[in-house]
Design a protein around this ligand. Structure first.
Ligand SMILES: Nc1ncnc2c1ncn2[C@@H]1O[C@H](COP(=O)(O)OP(=O)(O)O)[C@@H](O)[C@H]1O
Ligand SMILES: [Mg+2]
Length: 505
């Protein structure tokens, strides 16, 4: 490892009734990206808050450049060159984007006369770095969750710190926003900044991190190990204490059932070409591919978001032209769980009840004539309970829930809607392994009851757990479709072969 910059040694921290951290250590090297992993509740955020002066430690030491330090509060950590983006939002809603970005630097001067031109010019630099196209003069309250997240990151960057701690920064970002952020993190690392990166997305962690510390139940499962040679299964084993298991479910074959969604020679305005796919009743058809293979874009083309330039789509045997999400649901009983849940899946200002009820209300109105809060509630409540959504009440605003719980609500919505075709895009991003297993069980049940599912995932174990057949995509084409025999090693090998050019045997 490079020279240690910040070290946490033997840290313990309790809250009333909870030992959040017990004897935890982590060492950050200069110019490195350090993953901090663990399931929900493992203690990641608490460790970050201890390091940044938000919480006071009960035992242990913090060392900066080898010298013992103590931060009485967040301002002292900032002054020592440590910036943080906490998991929960910390912006002042009625302040402008620019004021929020420069808040820590302006401090009390903000209340006096300050040069607003200079604030916005400086803020814009940081927004540009993140390719964030928002006016720095508008109040933060007008931004969506992803943009708020990026503003928080801009705020941390503007401090030009030597240490940058990011607690689940990508949880609500789109893949493109994530790519931009990663480019920036690599650049900062090369300039010598030490970065801590918390994420549940193991592909991301493997892509960008150099070292890893894993917490399990408030203790180190590993302390500042090199990522080199650690595979996904190794990380999972460290996080949950065992390997991720492919459940022992039977192999399904639904190819003799009636086709419900058929694509013939589909080409699109964004570059798909010659795509033939058939999804049968009760079948789970996986779309596997690397980021940029065109899977989400294919789903969006089916939904009418991108233009289909040639070929034919059939739904239930009839030629179909879907023009909008509303039409997909109401005319074709086709639902879409988007990977980008805050943009398309959920309306964050609305309550859990409204969100989960959104797609069912029309149907219920048809059945009962009048739609009351009680009829929606009767349908939504069991699903919310089934998915174990942690919400204080159904009236809670969705934007205030954690990422994992938001994802569960976007799934709950479609389970309650009883669609006949469901397109699911990266369903388990942002949720922990236990919830993920639960979600997999639900999707499988849904398919057993006849729902046809088109599953897009970059998570190989998830693909092999759920899919009956797997279509492998690369560069906006389908390179082959293979039946899933659910034997992990053989399947993952055949899939990677297809991606890398060899035709299926
Ligand atoms: N301010 C707090 N008061 C009481 N308990 C807390 C507080 N913050 C965290 N905890 C508890 O500490 C444990 C670790 O939480 P946290 O650090 O948020 O985990 P993670 O970020 O890994 O999901 C959990 O049991 C959580 O409920
Ligand atoms: Mg946390």
């Amino acid at each position: 490892m490079t020279a240690p910059v910040l070290e946490a040694r033997g840290i313990s921290k309790s809250f009333p009734g909870v030992r959040a951290l017990q004897d935890v250590s982590m060492t950050l090297g200069r110019g490195s990206i350090h993953a901090l992993l663990g399931e929900n509740g493992a203690g990641k955020s608490t460790l970050i808050k201890v390091v940044t002066g938000v919480h006071q430690l009960d035992a242990g030491t913090l060392l900066l450049d080898g010298n013992s330090v103590h931060f009485a509060g967040p301002r002292e950590a900032i002054a020592a060159g440590i910036a943080v983006v906490h998991q929960e939002r910390n912006l002042i809603p009625r302040f402008s984007v620019g004021e929020n970005i420069l808040l820590e630097r302006l401090g009390d001067n903000l209340l006096r006369s300050v040069d607003h031109g200079a604030i916005h010019a400086e803020a814009k630099r940081w927004l540009d770095v993140l390719e964030l196209d928002v006016d720095s003069r508008i109040p933060v309250s007008r931004l969506n969750v992803a943009k708020m997240q990026l503003v928080e990151i801009a705020k941390a960057l503007s401090l030009r710190s030597r240490v940058l701690l990011l607690d689940e920064p990508t949880a609500s970002l789109t893949p493109h926003e994530t790519v931009v952020l990663f480019g920036l993190l690599r650049k900062l690392r090369d300039e010598g900044v030490s970065i801590v990166f918390v994420s549940h997305k193991l592909e991301e962690v493997q892509e960008i991190c150099d070292q890893v510390t894993v917490l399990r139940d408030g203790r180190n499962a590993c302390d500042s190990r090199s990522m080199a040679g650690l595979g996904r299964q190794d990380l999972v084993r460290l996080m949950i204490g065992r390997s991720e298991q492919i459940p022992n479910w039977s192999v399904r074959d639904r190819t003799t059932a009636e086709p419900v969604l058929e694509l013939y020679g589909i080409a699109t305005s964004i570059g798909h070409n010659g795509i033939d796919l058939t999804l049968h009743r009760g079948e789970i058809l996986g779309l596997y591919g690397l980021i940029g293979a065109g899977r989400t874009e294919l789903a969006k083309s089916i939904l009418g978001i991108y233009r289909i330039t040639s070929g034919e789509i059939r739904i239930g045997g009839q030629t179909a032209h879907i023009r909008s999400m509303a039409e997909a649901i109401h005319c074709y009983r086709l639902g879409y769980i988007s990977e980008d849940r805050k943009q398309e899946g959920l309306i964050l200002m609305h309550s859990v009840l409204e969100n989960a009820g959104m797609t069912v209300w029309r149907k219920l109105a048809g059945a009962f004539g009048v739609l009351t809060d009680r009829t929606i509630r009767a349908r939504v409540e069991p699903v919310i309970r089934q998915l174990d959504v942690r919400t204080p009440s159904l009236a809670q605003t969705v934007g205030n829930l954690s990422g994992g719980n938001q994802q569960k609500i976007s799934v709950a919505k479609w389970l309650a809607a009883e669609v006949s075709i469901l397109i699911v895009d990266e369903p388990s991003v942002g949720i922990d392994i236990k919830t993920k297993a639960y979600l997999h069980g639900l999707l499988r049940q849904l398919a057993d009851r006849g729902t046809a599912i088109l599953l897009i995932t970059s998570d190989m174990p998830e693909m092999i757990t759920l899919a009956d057949r797997i279509a492998v995509m690369d560069e906006y084409r389908v390179k082959g479709v293979i039946a899933n025999d659910r034997v992990y090693e053989g399947m993952s090998e055949r899939i990677m072969h297809l991606i890398h050019g060899q035709e299926a045997a």
